[in-house]
Design a binder for this molecule. Sequence first.
Ligand SMILES: [Zn+2]
Length: 455
Amino acid sequence: MTKLGILYIMVRVLVATERKICVKRGCPIVCDNGQRIIKKETCENSMDIKETKEKLNKTYGSVKEKVLGKLRSVSELGKRYIKAGAVCAAILTAGIVISVNFTPVYSVYLGGEFVGKVTAKSAFEAAYADVNETISKLDAPHETIGFIPDYIYGISLRRSVTDEYALKSNIANLSRAVRPACYISVDGNSVLCVSDETKAKDVIEKIRLSYGGEDAKIVSDVAFTNGFSHIRDITDSGLAGMNLASKINVETYETIVYDEPVPFGIEYVNNAEMYEGQTKSVSGGTNGSRTVTARVTKINGIETARTEISSAETVMAVAQVIEIGTKVPSGIGNGSFIDPTFGMVTSRFGARWGRRHNGLDIANDIGTPVKAADDGVVTHAGYDGDFGNLIIINHNNGYETYYAHLNSMDVAEGQKIIQGQKIGEVGNTGYSTGPHLHFEVRKNGVPTDPSKYLN
Ligand SMILES: [Zn+2]
């Protein structure tokens, strides 16, 4: 009966805490924090509080009535039992509290120096061996620690048990060569070793702040790893960050205001008096100016991005005006010719060396422009024996003009040409003794003296 009573009270206490519990007899009750309560999902026998309450009321309801019935009728002796039970419960609770918060520990001493509290000697032995192995690897095998540990057994708060890194650090501090250290790595490369993580983070923060602006942001991948290092490799001086700074990318942001020119546009206007393809600028155009506010992003002080926030045009740009000819060439000459090129006349029309010279030779450098003497249509543009590169223009008024020995030709057969249009360049092709233009004027197919038509 007493057992049932205590069980009932305990179960009610558990229910009252509004936890989920396992009610299966013999179920290994283990909870998330080591206490005798269980999460539903970790025990197939658990059930919701409501279900539990119902089941408990059903299962133990009669027991409860029996217990209460008995209790109501007990004598003073019975009441003393109840008091004794309460004392036992208090002791039990205290016992649970102690077992949760306290644990047996070994306080470990090396050469009289306290190095930590461990729950098992093996934990210390492993840390000790690990530190000595590290010392050997750090090129200081003669500096390994050789103390025989002293253990003092006792009870301690669980939270005062020394963690593994602190334990190793305390051991390492007894060596002459090795100390706990924090390695700073940048983008995967270890670049600096300082004595601890606080100093490491401080170095990085100083680098960040050195770029000014609280919103400066480190964009390199910086990582801190606690470990151990040879004393000679630990850098804690103020210069620690100097070398590091060059390896770390820091992004900064600033808002700037500046004026910049606004390029003028071009306005095209048709001109029916000018031929197709001809253009003429009739007014120059002037740049405007605008004031821009922009956000500039820099990495290590060098601009990497600029985003315009706002702008205002302070001086309006004035467009350039260009006229475009729309007149279609007729392909019919007006009957008067202009000089096809310029230079020295080296041979005139007429008898030469016993033969008749059908044209006028005008000598000049290769590349000198050659122009159509009048409107017309190109009837030939190609290489032709002694003429070399030859253009023939039919003026559709009985006249044809010939342009020979050209270095290059700008027109094609069938193309309508206007007077003065560049058709090619002076050359030395075909039968020619030097760069010159051989120019002919043929009237109804008969060569005539070009001099008669030129100024
Ligand atoms: Zn000639």
